[in-house]
Write a protein of this length. Structure first.
Length: 140
């Protein structure tokens, strides 16, 4: 009779419970260690100063809030058929897309501040001997 009672008792599967407990513990430990060990951005680093610019009335600039504006007299196109950095299939000008040159006459204008035009040489000089990928992706 004792063997019959053992057959009817339901065993609780421990594997899913232990897996969930381990996952939650690892997640908690990682989130706590990230909060305590993440370095604050150095104010002297030029990348962080670039994105903390403020408008004259001292409000932070939101570069994502704006619109595309037409600039009828653009600077000379950097993306013509001689541009080897752009994949051939994506180069509208070298692929003779009908509005290829017109696409270069549009620029992004943030609503609350001014965005200076991109100067590739100044950018490369500014970030010489630094890891650009880490800075642009926000990896500490």
């Amino acid at each position: 009779m004792a063997s019959r009672e053992q057959q009817h008792t339901k065993k609780v599967p421990l594997f899913p419970f232990l897996s969930l407990l381990c996952f939650a513990s690892v997640f908690l430990l990682l989130s706590l260690s990230r909060k305590t060990s993440s370095p604050s951005p150095s104010p002297s680093h030029s990348y962080y100063r670039t994105f903390k610019t403020r408008t004259p009335d001292s409000t932070p600039c939101d570069y994502s809030d704006g619109s595309w504006i037409h600039q009828p007299d653009p600077k000379p196109a950097r993306y013509d058929a001689t541009c080897k950095e752009i994949f051939r299939g994506w180069n509208c000008i070298s692929n003779n897309k009908s509005n290829g040159f017109d696409l270069t006459t549009w620029r992004w204008k943030p609503r609350t501040c001014d965005l200076p035009p991109f100067d590739p040489l100044a950018f490369l000089h500014k970030f010489r001997d630094t890891n650009i990928v880490q800075g642009l992706l926000g990896i500490p």
